[in-house]
Design a protein. Structure first.
Length: 329
C-alpha cells in the first residue's frame, strides 16, 4: 500500500499553458513555489507558445546583419533586445500570464473576475431549470453580512445551457485549484450544488459558491493529533502506520477503507464571498439532500473530502467537527 494519498490537485509548480480546449488557461510561465495556491500543470503544447517565441525571434540579430542594415539608407526602425521576463503573477487570482499578449491578458481578465466575484447565473440558465432537472433546496439562506441567497442542485452530467455553465464553472475551479477535470464517470455519479446571490443587475444572480458531491463507497478516517503523536513515538516516521495526505496541511489518515457514502471532489467560493458561511451552507445542503430521504452527518464519518487545500482543511475541520474522512478521487 502506498504511504501517500495520490494528489487530487496538480503539482505546485506555477506552470500555466494555454490549452486548445480551455477558455481559461494561459501561457507557460516560470515555476514558482507558492505555499498557498495550487497551480495547474496542464498538457504543454509547443505550438501554443505564440507571443513569447515570436518576440524572441524578432529580437535575435547578428552583428553582420546590423552592419548591413546600417548601410541601407531607409533604416527606419530599431529593435532592442530586452531580455527580461514579461510574465506576471496576479496577486488577486494567483494566475501567471504573459503581460502584453492580448490573448493571455484577456484570459486572465475573465479568470480574475470569476475567481473574485463569481460567474453569473443568467436568464438563459433560469429558463432551462425544468429541462435541466434543477432542484431548489432552500431560499432566503442568510449570510453573515445579512445578504440572502438560495441553494440549488442538479446532476453533474446535465446538458444544455446549465451543462455549459457548469463546464465553464468547473474549468475556473480546476484552474484555481490546479485540479484535473472531473471525469465523465465522476460527473455521472455527482450533483453540483450552487449558492446563488442576487446580482446588481435586476433579475440576475451570481454563483457565489459551488460544491460538487459524488457517490463514493469508502474513505479513510483522519488521524487525530494524539494518534499522529503516538505514530511518531512508535516509529521514526508516522507514515509507517498512517497515510500522509498532504505535508502542507499536516493531515494524516488511517489506511483502513471505511464505508462512506458521500465524497466532495470540488469546493469553491469566489474570494469576495468568503467567510460568510457559503461553503458550510452548501456542504450542509449536500449532506441533507444527496441521498433522497437519507440525510448524512459528517460527524458520523459519512462524508469525505479529496486531498484538501489549506482553506479546504479549515472548512473541513470547522464544518465537519473532526468527522470528515479522506478519499482518492
Ligand atoms: C475553502 C472555501 C471554499 C471556504 O469557503 P467559505 O464560504 O469562505 O467557508 P465558510 O465561510 O463556510 O467557512 C466556515 C468556517 O471554516 C473556517 N475557515 C474557512 N476558511 C478559512 C480560512 N481561510 N482560514 C481559516 N479558517 C477558515 C472558519 O472556521 C469558518 O468559520 P468563521 O468564518 O466563522 O471563522 C474557500 O476559501 C475557497 O474557495 N478557497 C479556494 C478553493 C479551495 O481551497 N477549495 C477547497 C478545496 S478542498
Ligand atoms: Zn488576477
Amino acid at each position: 500500500m502506498s504511504s501517500k494519498v495520490k494528489r487530487t490537485y496538480g503539482s505546485k509548480k506555477n506552470v500555466l499553458v494555454r490549452s486548445h480546449s480551455s477558455t481559461l488557461s494561459s501561457s507557460p510561465t516560470t515555476e514558482s513555489t507558492s505555499p498557498q495556491r495550487k497551480r495547474p500543470l496542464q498538457e504543454q503544447s509547443n505550438t501554443d507558445i505564440g507571443p513569447p517565441s515570436k518576440r524572441a525571434k524578432t529580437m535575435r540579430r547578428t552583428k553582420e546583419n546590423s552592419r548591413e542594415k546600417g548601410k541601407q539608407k531607409a533604416l527606419t526602425q530599431l529593435h532592442f533586445c530586452i531580455d527580461q521576463t514579461v510574465l506576471r503573477t496576479c496577486p488577486r487570482c494567483d494566475l501567471s500570464y504573459t503581460k502584453g499578449a492580448p490573448d493571455d491578458e484577456s484570459l486572465h481578465r475573465t479568470h480574475c473576475a470569476r475567481i473574485q466575484k463569481g460567474m453569473e447565473w443568467g436568464r438563459e440558465e433560469e429558463r432551462d431549470m425544468i429541462k435541466g432537472g434543477v432542484v431548489q433546496v432552500s431560499t432566503a439562506v442568510k449570510l453573515k453580512d445579512g445578504r440572502k441567497g438560495r441553494i440549488i442542485y442538479f446532476r453533474g452530467d446535465v446538458g444544455g445551457k446549465i451543462g455549459s455553465k457548469l463546464t465553464s464553472l468547473l474549468e475556473t475551479i480546476n484552474l484555481a485549484l490546479s485540479a484535473p477535470p472531473l471525469t465523465p464517470t465522476i460527473l455521472r455519479e455527482s450533483k453540483a450544488y450552487l449558492f446563488l446571490l442576487p446580482s446588481v443587475t435586476p433579475g440576475r444572480e451570481k454563483i457565489a459558491g459551488c460544491v460538487v458531491a459524488q457517490r463514493i463507497t469508502t474513505a479513510m478516517a483522519i488521524a487525530s493529533a494524539r494518534e499522529c503523536e503516538q505514530a511518531c513515538q512508535s516509529s521514526p516516521t508516522p507514515t509507517a502506520t498512517l497515510i500522509a495526505v498532504d505535508a502542507d496541511t499536516g493531515v494524516f489518515c488511517h489506511p483502513t477503507p471505511l464505508p462512506t457514502p458521500l465524497g466532495i471532489p470540488r469546493l469553491f467560493v469566489p474570494s469576495a464571498h468568503r467567510r460568510q458561511g457559503i461553503a458550510s451552507h452548501l456542504l450542509s445542503a449536500a449532506a441533507e439532500t444527496f441521498i433522497h430521504g437519507c440525510p448524512l452527518d459528517p460527524r458520523k464519518g459519512q462524508i469525505a473530502f479529496t486531498q484538501p487545500t489549506g482553506d479546504g482543511n479549515a472548512v473541513m475541520t470547522s464544518w465537519g467537527a473532526g468527522g470528515v474522512r479522506i478519499y482518492e478521487e
